[in-house]
Design a protein. Structure first.
Length: 330
């Protein structure tokens, strides 16, 4: 019998694909995309929308049920609602979501929701306009907030706010950002810095913050009760007592979550990244452009997943990925 699911060598079932539609972004957050960086994939090397749908269809036949559109910033790729509609129509795909910085969300929220995107993860590292501009290389907080409110009005739910926790940079704002999320029915997720590429390694060296310390500080102000939240991500969730507000902690360094990893990432150039923190990868674009059948694609994906390592290694002894987060795909 031909397997209809993807299982790696360590018994983990892969049911979640993070799909990068571009490695470009209209912001320059210091931990992700270095200011002045121009090492982007040529548009001719991007997977076309048809190629993306073919790959995702193969993943879905093998049991992948969740797909998240990422980047870079996915909204900078033209025609994204068209792609979203094509993916949402695939039989067996249960969950289509999007990660965004929301700079362009005000105009695109309704088209994306109508196309079938239902959940949204948004990036928001500060509620202070001047600090936000500094962190993002000139981004306007007012533009992002307009996009966030447009997403809320369009009906995306849940909306998760991702905040990279940076020592000496934004740690004073966590209670304020949590209060903002509570006021609007959003979920806050704090994320440790990760040494991805030159920018990520510099951020990790200079601003790393152990989130267990942060959780203890917040516990002193909020009664945090361990909780669960649907989704395919790695966050450990707590709920604020007496409310429906949740806060999640994503801890790739202090408490890695590799034992339950259920995801792979597909870069805009068709490279399948099997681990965020290691170099294991398989190129799919040549196969697609050679006219591979659906069955051949599925077999290739099964073989690729067998190369998935047991865990990431963000330490000095490990071979570090040279790609930045924007090139990896969210």
């Amino acid at each position: 019998m031909i397997p209809t699911s993807l299982t790696d060598p360590f018994g983990r079932r892969i049911d979640y694909l993070r799909l990068s539609v571009t490695d470009r972004c209209d912001l320059r957050c210091g931990y992700c995309l270095p200011k002045g960086s121009k090492s982007f994939e040529a548009p001719a090397d991007w997977l076309t929308f048809d190629e993306i749908v073919r790959v995702v269809a193969a993943f879905v036949t093998l049991g992948v049920r969740r797909v998240r559109l990422t980047g870079g910033e996915p909204l900078v790729r033209r025609g994204l609602p068209e792609l979203a509609a094509g993916l949402a129509a695939l039989p067996g795909l249960d969950d289509l979501s999007l990660s965004s910085n929301c700079t362009q969300m005000q105009a695109q929220a309704v088209p994306l929701f109508r196309a079938g995107v239902r959940r949204l993860n948004l990036s928001l590292d500060s509620l202070k306009p001047e600090r936000f501009a500094q962190l993002t290389g000139g981004g306007r907080l007012s533009q992002v907030m307009a996009g966030i409110m447009a997403a809320k009005d369009a009906g995306f739910a849940p909306i998760k706010v991702n905040t990279v926790a940076m020592r000496g940079v934004n740690e004073d704002e966590f209670p304020e950002i949590l209060a903002f999320c509570a006021a609007h029915g959003f979920t806050l997720r704090l994320i440790e810095t990760m040494p991805m590429g030159t920018a990520g390694r510099a951020a990790q060296r200079d601003h790393y913050l152990d989130l267990e310390t942060v959780r203890s500080r917040l516990q002193a102000h909020f009664n945090l009760i361990p909780d669960l939240m649907p989704g395919g991500g790695p966050a450990r969730y707590y709920r604020l007592a007496g409310s429906d507000t949740r806060i999640g902690f994503i801890t790739p360094l202090s408490q890695h979550f590799c034992a339950t990893c259920n995801r792979v990432r597909l870069g805009v150039d068709g490279t399948l990244h099997l681990c965020l923190g290691q170099t294991n990868s398989v190129p799919l674009r040549p196969l697609l452009r050679a006219g591979a059948t659906a069955a051949e694609l599925a077999e290739h994906l099964r073989a690729a997943v067998r190369l998935k390592p047991e865990r990431h290694r963000f330490d000095d002894q490990a071979e570090q990925p040279v790609r930045c987060m924007a090139a990896t795909g969210g």
